[in-house]
Design a protein around this ligand. Sequence first.
Ligand code: ZN
Length: 411
Amino acid sequence: MSNSIQIKCCQICKNKNLKSILFLGYLPPVNQFNKLNYVAKEQPSYPAELLFCKNCKLVQLSTIVDQQILFPPEYPYTSSTTKILRDNFANLSKEVKRKFNFNSNDLVMDIGSNDGNLLSNFKSNFRVLGVTPEKIGKVAIKRGIDTIIRYFNLKTASLILKKYGKAKIITATNVFAHIDNLDNIMSGIKKCLDKNGIFITESHYLLPLLKEVQYDTVYHEHLRYYSLTSLNFLFKKYGLEVFDAKEIPTHGGSIRVYCSLKGKFKINKTVNKILNYEKKYLTNNYMASFKNKVSMSKLGLLEILSKIKQKNKNTKISGISAPSRSATLINYVGLDEKIIDCIFEIKGSYKINKFMPGTKIPVVEEKSNLLKKQNFLILFSWHISKELITNIRKQGFKGKFIIPLPKPKII
Ligand SMILES: [Zn+2]
């Protein structure tokens, strides 16, 4: 029996009048990788549809897919240790140490702490505590970072309070879009936060998603797509005040938000600046133009591929890297194994020798001799295309690159 939930009212403000702004079709879960000897059989797919709340401006998926289906036990949890993420965490800790006067006795608590990547930057200056539901928390413990391996909710908050006391700094990076019970996690945070403490979140930012047509970041693990406007609405509900915010480069565009109890810190001018800037994008009209750009990008990509194949059906087109977002793009655009031969993944990836979700496109290990045989490579991690192109050219690839978004093009 599936425990998927249909969204009937806004998850922040409970408004029932939600508008459907994008429907990408019924997509398989992005981690549904079958082995190459898999015999096709019945498989579930779920609507990938975005709803917009005109009241608090939250954009959210219309269906919360059963977590057991999205994250089956065999799903290998990999820590996200890209350079851009590591740099970002180092930058966050520096910013906190520079701006605030906390002392070494103060507790820093990270929700969704994973292998302790973020907390490792705070460890030498503060008491630290990680909370993560995944077994990977054991890696953090080995690194000397105190970690509680369970979901963060009101109950966990009570346990923490008893054992560790209140936290001066609470961080939650990239978990805010994933957790299905927002009210429970917010109540837990409120409970654990010291009256003079700060709560810092980082979330994938809705504005670059809209402006740069990053519809491929829409998949079932991302339940909500935040703007500062909607986060502000959410935090206010719990008596928290946003006093600083800034855009950061992770995940193709994220937003870092600082809040505290009301009146504890001076509100930075950037807060109002960002709220004002968001106004012209968080409208029904802009959402309609976004939807149109999504459709046009699909047609544009198909046109490029069609021209290449019509000229010579033996031209070799493959893909580079299979991040979660590539599964959305491939299924929405309708690419198959006749159009692209395979997708290359770096050695060690658990996706190698499996089919891309919803297709029979094989994922294979990236090797220079194979890359050299390709005429075209589609960059599915197009948000870091510069970095990728340099790396692939170094391996001797002489063909052309296809950038699928925001406007499909060959370079
Ligand atoms: Zn709302």
